[in-house]
Design a protein around this ligand. Structure first.
Ligand code: PMP
Ligand code: GLN
Length: 387
């Protein structure tokens, strides 16, 4: 057995979902919407299934989807991407991340990663024989404050062996959007050290309070260094479809296509055609998606605050993080999540699961709010009854 994989625990999302099912709990752990995505997109997939779209798609994706990804880059972010040479369609952002890292890294290369971090990043980097350099965001001292980027620690993580930075914005699990100054600082380091960035932007359209997501790729000098990853799962509330897309300069996209050809080769064509249809939806669709999630964020955040949790700001994603300290509990995040699932019937994810070492913060819990309002109200009522 591969020793690294043997030592990798089952993902926290699967563990908590199983625990939620065992206890009949409302699952605010794993981040997936509990309603179907847009009916017209689902219909487009169904039509494609019955329209002879069931054999292998082209390696880098259906031309119509690559063109729609390029149009989306232009329309939302002003980015010029060549659909023929700059887009690779993947089986989810998870595969896009793995293929991008495989394409860019040699064993011994260093990768700068920012904690807390999504759970596939570290195992994937390590499996490739690359060396992670972890930099921690500073958790807020008081709930209403945001997480801060420790600039000198980030600078110190770069060295002669650094090949790339992996940047997730908007960020899972904390809902942080990197602001213009932070992005400019990061871009400066990438230029100074001649590095790439793999940008996990799956929550690009799920941003709140009138803010806009800014891809690192749009900053000066970043066009040739950045790989930008999106996910139809998040943009169309169809997480089970596992359709992702990479936008990158042609030489990087070609290398990523080589990784994709060995990992998956080609992604389901009927789903690709439906996602192409979805990406051309008008701006109102994407705005309504964000507005709906913002209302849900507010419903859950206000409710948690009323129950005595500290609630940290979330500017985007499916998630809000709560601080347990104001509750005066003796339990750490993991113990609290297990007790809450068992006794209150509400499941959430301990934020320490998003760290690479055991000395993680232990007072934070991630709640997913991408659920129907009735479900969020039920969860809050269950918590109130148990507290
Ligand atoms: N990156 C982040 C930050 C995510 O939250 C997710 C989804 N949970 C993924 C990647 C994976 O996306 P997909 O389901 O398209 O593989
Ligand atoms: N991305 C989702 C989350 O953060 C879960 C994805 C998964 O279960 N692998 O909850």
């Amino acid at each position: 057995l591969n020793s690294l994989l043997a030592a990798t625990p089952t993902t926290i999302f699967t563990v908590i979902t199983a625990l939620a099912q065992k206890h009949g709990a409302v699952n605010l752990g794993q981040g997936f919407p509990d309603t179907e995505g847009p009916a017209d997109i689902v219909q487009a997939a169904s039509d494609a299934l019955h329209d002879n779209r069931n054999q292998y798609a082209p390696l880098t994706g259906l031309p119509e989807l690559r063109e729609a990804v390029a149009r989306g880059n232009k329309r939302f972010f002003g980015l010029d991407i060549d659909p023929a040479t700059g887009v690779v369609v993947t089986s989810g952002a998870t595969e896009a991340l793995a293929a991008s890292l495989a394409a860019l890294l040699d064993p011994g290369d260093e990768v700068v990663l920012i904690e807390p971090l999504y759970d596939t990043y570290l195992p994937t980097v390590r499996l490739l024989g690359a060396v992670p350099r972890l930099v921690r965001l500073l958790p807020p001292e008081r709930p209403e404050e945001g997480w801060r980027l420790p600039r000198e620690a980030l600078r110190a993580a770069f060295g002669p062996r650094t090949k790339l930075l992996l940047l997730n914005s908007p960020m899972n699990p904390i809902g942080k959007l990197f602001d213009a100054e932070e992005l400019a600082f990061i871009a400066g380091l990438l230029r100074e050290h001649d590095c790439y960035a793999v940008c996990d932007e799956v929550y690009e359209h799920l941003v709140f309070d009138g803010a806009r997501h800014v891809p690192l790729m749009t900053l000066p000098g970043m066009r040739e260094r950045c790989v930008r990853i999106g996910s139809a799962g998040k943009s169309f509330s169809l997480t089970g479809w596992k359709v992702g897309y990479v936008s990158a300069p042609a030489p990087l996209a070609a290398a990523i296509a080589k990784a994709h050809q060995n990992l998956v080769f080609a992604t389901a064509p009927n789903l690709q055609r439906a996602v192409a249809f979805g990406l051309d939806k008008d701006a109102g669709y994407f705005q309504e998606l964000a507005d709906d999630l913002q209302r849900k964020r507010d419903l859950l955040s206000d409710g948690l605050r009323r129950l005595g949790f500290g609630v940290l700001p979330s500017g985007g994603s499916y998630f809000v993080v709560a601080d347990l300290r104001p509750l005066g509990t003796e339990l750490d995040d993991d113990g609290f999540c297990r007790l809450m699932t068992r006794e209150a019937g509400v499941a959430a994810i301990p934020v320490s699961a998003f760290y690479g070492s055991p000395d993680a913060p232990r007072h934070l819990v991630r709640f997913a709010f991408c659920k129907r309002e009735a479900v969020l109200r039920d969860a809050l009522a269950r918590l109130e009854a148990a507290m």
